[in-house]
Design a protein. Structure first.
Length: 179
């Protein structure tokens, strides 16, 4: 493997993944370098086994999770600190009430994403945030493709239930507008 080529072809994707996970450009940059150092130190193990990007994603995902777990122990924050704008679409024309509700929804989504079992959160994140195909996710997580599909489905179902409850709770607590 030509190290420079491997680095140049993958550095932007690895950095983007880590930035979404740790929510800090400086930390993401440092962790990106750590990922490539770990990969190049062990590259003999990875030759001809699968796509290089699969191993880099696996190393990056574990590096980001480990970083956030250390941060969580220090600050009490959760595993994934992704920007919910990636998950919930934003409309440009909202009234202040809608903006407040969307902000609360995003915060609840962030909290609920943290509450998922780790493999479900990883599979959901890689599928919905990184738009990776299930085959590649299965290689990254070392599970079958059907397991990835099941993990993503269960994560979506749990998130939908939790967010639907929030939506219904909000509707009940909002007084009707008087005319």
């Amino acid at each position: 493997m030509e190290r420079e080529r491997v680095y140049n072809e993958n550095v932007d994707r690895i950095y983007a993944l880590l930035l979404k996970m740790v929510n800090s450009p400086d930390d993401a940059r440092d962790l990106t370098h750590d990922v490539f150092i770990r990969f190049f130190q062990n590259e003999q193990q990875f030759k001809n086994l699968a796509a290089v990007s699969t191993y880099l994603y696996r190393i990056a995902l574990n590096t980001g999770i480990n970083f956030n777990n250390r941060k969580k122990m220090i600050s009490g924050k959760g595993i994934f600190t992704t920007d919910p704008q990636e998950i919930v679409s934003i409309s440009q024309e909202k009234n202040p009430h809608e903006e407040l509700l969307e902000k609360e929804l995003k915060e609840h989504l962030r909290q609920h994403l943290k509450s998922l079992p780790e493999n479900q959160a990883k599979a959901f994140y890689l599928s919905k945030m990184e738009n990776l195909p299930h085959k590649q996710i299965s290689e990254i997580l070392s599970v079958s493709i059907s397991s990835v599909e099941s993990l993503v489905h269960r994560a979506k179902k749990k998130l939908a239930q939790k967010l639907l409850f929030l939506k219904n709770e909000r509707k009940e607590n909002i007084p009707p507008l008087s005319k």
